[in-house]
Design a binder for this molecule. Structure first.
Ligand code: SF4
Length: 211
């Protein structure tokens, strides 16, 4: 198969496996999604979903969040990795939303990435999942899988994002990145799994570098 055929095979297989793509992080608007995505770095979505109800009940908008002491935020999110750094970023970011953006989450990559604790991947998730703007957030699963499927050279996440955007139609980006994440979580967990049993690698996977 050439790259275009491989890409089509991935799209078709993932559409069969995951026709629905609910957003994994619980949220009620763009602000709560932004905070949840910021918190999800280096931890699981499950862990984030366990702490956000308490946090958002205490402060569910930028005004209430900016008024909290970072120490109180840290206490509420203490189960989440890097809580000291994230709690400071959450409070500061909320204040910036009030000062510079009328209390709204900005809708450009540039403005989002200028916020504390928000990198390109976080901004991409927010643009995609809060505002429906086509984006392709690349996490470790996506980076690894696109390499294993021979769709990128595995150099770095920036290259993987470029390749993903070139290979897959723009209209599919927002759904596809979630489908690949769901696939990675379901299939790439087992250490001694058999490549022949994987619905994608068994057909298009590279022969080397498998667990
Ligand atoms: S063969 Fe293994 S690593 Fe490759 S996609 Fe399937 S489950 Fe994941």
């Amino acid at each position: 198969m050439n790259k275009a055929e491989k890409a089509q095979f991935v799209v078709d297989t993932l559409e069969d496996l995951y026709p629905e793509t609910p957003i994994p992080l619980d949220h009620s608007d763009s602000f709560t999604l932004l905070i949840a995505v910021l918190m999800s770095a280096q931890t699981t979505d499950l862990k984030v979903n366990q702490v956000t109800p308490t946090l958002f009940e205490r402060a569910g908008n930028p005004t209430e969040m900016a008024a909290l002491d970072p120490e109180e935020i840290r206490h509420i999110i203490r189960e989440v990795g890097l809580a000291p750094t994230k709690s400071k970023a959450i409070q500061k970011l909320s204040q910036i939303l009030l000062d510079k953006h009328d209390g709204h989450v900005p809708q450009t990559f540039e403005e989002l990435e200028a916020l504390p604790g928000v990198g390109h991947k976080t901004a991409s998730v927010v643009m995609s999942q809060a505002f429906g703007v086509p984006a392709f957030p690349v996490d470790t699963h996506i980076h690894r899988l696109l390499y294993r499927w021979g769709l990128t050279n595995g150099k770095n996440v920036t290259q993987t994002e470029k390749d993903a955007k070139r290979i897959f139609p723009k209209a599919l980006w927002n759904k596809l990145h979630l489908q690949i994440i769901f696939f990675g979580r379901e299939y790439c967990k087992a250490r001694n799994h058999r490549r022949e049993e994987c619905p994608i690698c068994s057909v298009i996977g590279r022969k080397t570098n498998f667990r």
